[in-house]
Design a protein around this ligand. Structure first.
Ligand code: MLY
Length: 259
């Protein structure tokens, strides 16, 4: 049996098909990630979409950046793709005649914003304009259908990308269901959401892909030889990693009666 998740095996096992790449608002050839941790850029405030703020790249995985708004606390980090239209080089805002805004929940008194801005930008490493990639166009229509497989951001744990299935299609929206998580993380989003990806995206961009829920772990769990404990409901519902059902017969010791 498979010891780790692979789409090839999983698609066979679930007798399902991947959503065609043309359904997604993602580049067919993923962009390169030319950012570095610590670089600063301008980002739309996710909690106040009318304001553009200064953000720092706190980390990266694949083509995604973990961002923190300067002057905000460490509990509101968010993720954006390197080709997101929500991010731009420092100076873009001013060039457009706009003003950089303090983030929602700015740690200091609003009156200290102008000085804070000067200080945060002074000597900062700014992400070069070449690191920002053009956002791909929207597909012209919602091409998804129920049952198609994809890779999707877990919005409750947005550093994670997981195997998912389209549960329903309604106009411009799709219902994203996380495989093996009993609906706890499912959500509706637009068909052109930047948080959904074709099967194989994580492998292409070197982003980790979570295994479906209810798996024991990606690696086979050693079974303790002593004190066998009742298997958890979680491990019993494992699909990829389950034991064959029915269980194979126990080996018979010949010539021994009773015990
Ligand atoms: N600590 C959480 C993580 C759940 C992640 C679910 N995603 C992968 C759909 C939990 O175990 O509930």
């Amino acid at each position: 049996p498979e010891l780790s998740f692979t789409w090839e095996e999983y698609l066979k096992e679930t007798n399902s098909i991947p959503a065609p790449p043309s359904c997604f608002r993602q580049s067919r050839i993923p962009p390169t990630n030319d950012f570095k941790a610590g670089m600063k850029l301008e980002a739309r405030d996710p909690r106040n979409s009318t304001s553009v703020c200064i953000a720092t790249v706190m980390g990266m995985t694949g083509t995604r950046l973990r961002l923190r708004l300067d002057g905000s606390d460490n509990t509101n980090d968010f993720w954006r793709l390197v080709d997101s239209s929500d991010i731009q080089p420092i100076g873009t805002c001013e060039k457009n005649g706009d003003m950089l805004q303090p983030p929602l929940g700015f740690r200091m008194n609003a009156s200290s914003w102008p000085m804070f801005l000067l200080r945060t930008l002074n000597g900062a490493e700014m992400a070069p304009a070449t690191a920002f990639k053009k956002e791909p166009p929207k597909p012209t229509q919602n091409g998804f259908s129920a049952g198609m497989k994809l890779e999707a951001v877990d919005k409750k744990n947005p550093h994670l990308i997981c195997p998912a299935t389209i549960g329903e299609v309604k106009g411009e929206e799709v219902f994203v269901m996380f495989d093996g998580w009993r609906g706890a993380f499912d959500y509706w989003c637009r068909y052109d959401s930047r948080d959904i990806f074709p099967v194989g995206w994580c492998a292409l961009t070197k982003h980790s892909l979570q295994p479906p829920g209810n798996s024991v772990t990606p690696q086979r769990q050693p079974i303790p030889s002593t004190s066998p404990s009742k298997p958890s409901r979680r491990s019993m519902q494992t699909s990829l990693y389950r034991l064959p059902n029915p269980l194979p017969p126990l080996p018979v010791r010949k010539g021994v009666r009773g015990r």
